[in-house]
Write a protein that binds this ligand. Sequence first.
Ligand SMILES: [Zn+2]
Ligand SMILES: [Zn+2]
Length: 507
Amino acid sequence: MHWADKTAEDLTRRGKSHVIETGTSISGIPHIGNASDVIRGDAIRKALADKGINARFIWVADDSDPFRKVPRGFEKLKDYLGFPVHDLPDPEGCHANFVDHFVEPFIADLSEFGAAPEVISGREMYKNGEFYGGIKTALDNCEKIVEILNGFRQEPLPGDFIPWNPVCEKCGRISTTKPLSRVGDIVRYVCERTEVSGGTVEGCGFEGESDIKKGGGKLPWRVEWAMRWAHFGVTCEPLGKEHASAGGSFWTSKIVCKDVFGWEPPMPVIYEFFTLNGEKISSSKGNVITLSDWLEIAEPEVLKAFMYKVLKKQRDIDLGRVSNLVDEYDELEAMYFAGSDEDSKRHYELSQVSGPKKLQVPFTMCAVMSQIPNLDLEEAAKRLGNQGYEDFDLGRLDKRTRLAGNWVRRFGPDYLRFELLQDVSGICLDEKQKEGLSILAGELDKKYKPAELHKKIYETARSIGLEPNSLFDSIYLSLIGKTKGPRAGYFLLALDKNFVQKRFGDV
Ligand SMILES: [Zn+2]
Ligand SMILES: [Zn+2]
């Protein structure tokens, strides 16, 4: 059974009313790793809907978080270390602030993947007093919280720890404030130097008062998460393995949720993170790809299918090999339309955005076609079709070809990139090579499948005593001016026949 259906089934044992929470810290660029949380949550929403349960599906922007580390490319924001991310300016000046600059495209892109969660700003919730009850409960239970948190810490928190991070009224920073005492809704604090992961942040020395009712601050993460679960009535939360490792925040928040807020903690759906080009995804290191980037090189369904595979396995997205991920998706699609395997069928179905449409024209083939000017795609795909390509959705073929073109230009392997030669005056071939091309030109009048034509090239070379490699070289040289290119059988059939015949006669 697919993990989303298994989760939905387990959830129905808890009750009939469900809230699935997802969330993203906006302290860096929201990337596909962050999106996987939401896209996976959406699979659970769908699995529940298929059981007749309409869950509330929310996404919370952690936009009160401190800015701890400067993402690569945003060095001009380094003076904002320690500020709540909500108060950072838009690095490019096109939105009201830093958070909007990243959240707006992130949410718009998510909808391209079929995920449309209810968007909630943590910052707004604090500011509007909606979390007031939760903050008060936390502060009324300081001792209990310290005891729970210390159960997971090497270095214990002091007994008088107050779980509230005020924003300094004088300098606006949040990382630098240290609560001193609390009376009712008022927390006294001092603003002093502190260390964050991106460096040292100087405090302004101010001693002030933070009114929790006005929400000028936030609860520490492990307490906030628990409070949110209780506040929204969250029953299910997908989370990355880092939160669920030994001592990870999930285990602490779970106890706080139950013992302090009196809410049965949500069922976790724990997933392994994935890497990008073999390295950890990291906006501070610049190893990041966003949903927008993905949507320029491949269909959203391909990434969804990748994310919907078994959760507890670390995987890599190698941008140079996106074609392999598309091939895997196409295999699922073939199984879906053949109706052969129930698990694959469900996997494919969950990965859809607007319903199944058959294509089955390989991505690398589309990458080749994208580079041929004035090509009639439908005709070319039919010429190439030897495995049922005849039956395909033309809209998808257009789109995939455009995306594959972007991919091959930016990330594709050299052999797949080419430009058709305008004229062949600079190309010198020997007599045997010319003879081989002339025979092949004649062969193109027959109906070949790509693999058969490929074989025919070998046979032609041998029939005239020419090394096959030499004939392949002459094919590529006469068409693209280099000796390596896309697989010749496919390549020749993708091109217009008259063009190839004329070219093979001209060299
Ligand atoms: Zn902007
Ligand atoms: Zn300050």
